[in-house]
Design a protein around this ligand. Sequence first.
Ligand code: HEC
Length: 93
Amino acid sequence: MKKIIVLLAVLGLSSGAMADAYTKCAGCHGANGEKVALGKSKIIADMSKADIVAALKGYQDGSYGGPMKGLMAAQAKGLGDAEFSEITAKIGK
Ligand code: HEC
């Protein structure tokens, strides 16, 4: 019985810490999108959720971005609607 409780506690902890689609962005943009990434980006926490998705789609198809859009194109690669929802659940207005 004790073992089962320990196991459940471990599982609970690890699922709580599981990465969502925004985790890899936090290093540059801050845990809550509050940073100017690499001294270049807008503060994405201040952007609307729709603008964030539009920017990410624009990085994917090359229609959006500034001098460092190549870097963000690599970040946005492979993101789909599920990831956009996870990201905008965390950041954006
Ligand atoms: C290695 C650092 C880095 C990582 C990781 C990163 N970004 Fe960025 N992001 C930047 C930079 C630098 C810019 C500005 C790029 C440009 O010149 O257009 C930017 C721009 C953006 C913009 C548009 C803001 C603007 O300035 O127009 C959004 C939205 C964004 N990032 C979201 C994300 C999301 C979501 C992720 C994770 C999937 C992510 N970024 C990961 C560095 C990063």
